[in-house]
Design a protein around this ligand. Structure first.
Ligand code: NAD
Length: 486
């Protein structure tokens, strides 16, 4: 790297410093080196971005879907052309190994799809005598998008693409831990043909610019992915301001249920990847694994062996598949949970300290940690850790494991492994979760099925088919027509 990147705000198709001139340093979680100096958006910068978006709304929403789609499709091409650079920026800022980088492909699919799918449709009705009624789907105006750090480009694309395809203009706030890929995309916004103000990208901390977005009277809807705690704060801010619509994708504490007739190798492969991919910093990771008692030893030994083979090191090295945690705060939180787990009565069967033999003093890697026999009511069974820490507990009966799996305030993704088809269907129906993997585990999903959680894991569902609807208001028009009859 030549020197720290200067990441400015992107408002009205121009890069600008923060109005307060404040910035913050972004450190590599592997080397500790400062990789970027990032502008800290102030409340006044939020106002400027919203004003730019507001000014752009009328002409942008008046374009045909084909015209609005053109810049989206160009953005998809740009993302694929610069895929390696984007992977490297993420590895530098939040430590995701380049070998685990799926985000560019995901983002390109979303920009391409919504580049063609912007045809919002209401419906018509002749069911009221003397009337020809119709409903319209119309954009909100300015929408706010707030994203987390674990897969920034995934969230940028799955929210910005449907929002602008629907005719809205947006203000997107990046995560203070991983702003660089969004900053990179901002460099292409004008070149792709987005008019000034249609897509504004700001950086900074949640309590300043994020809070200002939640409270902003001109932002009519917010789509948010992040923690359940922040989701609550945004809901409160919405209630305290203009009751803006909120769509939430929040945290998880996913269970995986391994029945004794399961293919154990496949179950280990799926569940080990689910929890340790991206060093456990995945909302849908199966952080609680329940194994039927008769296969406990075999499952545990195979799982331990797989986890011990993770290749740790520099996330920019293509051979590495287990990188550091995103930053010091995340690292300390995860180690605190490891200590809590040690105290709560369970056994720790892999990597007692969470870290050992890290390559550099600044390296924030936490090695895979496996607990067994944790009390079901212990803190590490109840709270989202967001790190490479898994608990493997056991069960005797189907009813018992369903009760344990559902005994949580989260409900994002549950997995189950069995060869018994009827059991798979029965258990799938009873699990309180927005997504269920049968003989597979997260992140397995599909582009077109609803993605999202029950209970504290969220309020909306996103997918190629669902997402645009979040960014559209509905209007009913009751049209009296003389002589139309009944
Ligand atoms: P976070 O909630 O701390 O931060 C997310 C974003 O919200 C950041 O941009 C942050 O600056 C902003 N923010 C913080 N406080 C705010 C406030 N008061 N008002 C407005 N914005 C505020 O989450 P994180 O640590 O970045 O991400 C990890 C969390 O995200 C985990 O809980 C994870 O499960 C969740 N997540 C969920 C999904 C999903 O699809 N369900 C996907 C990825 C991550």
């Amino acid at each position: 790297m030549k020197g720290p990147i200067e990441a400015q705000l992107f408002i009205n198709n121009k890069f600008v410093p923060a109005s307060s001139d404040e910035s913050f340093a972004l450190h590599s979680p592997y080397t500790g080196e400062v990789v970027a100096k990032v502008a800290e958006a102030s409340v006044s910068d939020v106002d400027s971005a919203v004003a730019a978006a507001d000014a752009a709304f009328r002409s942008w929403s008046a374009l045909s879907p084909i015209e609005r789609g053109k810049p989206l499709k160009k953005m998809a091409d740009k993302i694929m052309a610069f895929k390696s650079e984007l992977a490297e920026l993420e590895a530098l800022s939040m430590g995701k190994p380049i070998s685990a980088y799926m985000d560019a492909g995901y983002a390109a699919v979303h920009f391409n799809y919504f580049g063609e799918a912007g045809y919002a449709q209401g419906h018509t009705s002749l069911n009221t005598p003397g009337f020809l009624n119709m409903s319209l789907k119309q954009p909100f105006g300015v929408v706010g998008i707030i994203i987390p750090w674990n897969a920034p480009l995934v969230f940028f694309s799955k929210k910005v693409a449907p929002a602008v395809a629907a005719g809205n203009t947006v203000v997107l706030k990046t995560s203070e831990k991983a702003p660089l890929t969004s900053w990179k995309l901002a460099q292409w916004i004008e070149e792709c043909g987005f008019p000034p103000g249609v897509v504004n990208v700001i950086h900074g901390h949640g309590l300043i610019s994020g809070n200002a977005m939640g409270l902003h009277m001109r932002i009519r809807a917010i789509s948010f992915t992040g923690s359940t705690r922040t989701g609550r704060a945004i809901q409160i801010a919405s209630a305290q301001s203009n009751l803006k619509k909120v769509v939430f994708e929040l945290g998880g504490k996913g269970p995986a249920l391994i029945f004794e007739d399961a293919d154990i190798e496949a179950a280990v492969q799926g569940t080990e990847f689910s929890i340790f991919w991206n060093s456990g910093q995945t909302c849908m990771a199966n952080s609680r694994i329940y194994v039927q008692e008769s296969i406990r030893e075999k499952f545990l030994e195979t799982f331990k062996k797989a986890a011990s083979q993770r290749r740790m090191g520099d996330p920019t090295d293509a051979k590495v598949n287990h990188g550091p945690l995103a930053d010091k705060a995340q690292f300390e939180t995860v180690l605190k949970y490891v200590d809590i787990g040690k105290e709560s009565g369970g056994k720790l069967v892999l990597n007692e300290n969470g870290t050992k033999a890290n390559a550099t003093a600044e390296d924030l890697t936490v090695h895979p940690v496996i607990f067994t026999d944790q009390p079901e009511d212990s803190k590490i069974m109840k709270e989202e850790i967001f790190g490479p820490v898994v608990v493997i507990n056991t069960f005797k009966t189907e009813d018992e494991v369903i009760a344990k799996a559902n005994d949580t305030e989260f409900g994002l993704y549950a997995a189950l492994y069995t060869k018994d088809l009827e059991r798979a269907l029965r258990v799938s129906k009873k699990l309180e979760s927005g997504m269920i993997g049968v003989n597979c585990a997260s992140p397995q999903g599909s582009w077109d099925l609803p993605f999202g959680g029950w209970k504290g894991s969220g309020t909306g569902r996103e997918s190629l088919l669902e997402s645009m609807d979040h960014f559209l208001e509905t209007k009913s028009i009751y049209f009296k027509v003389t002589g139309i009859g009944g």
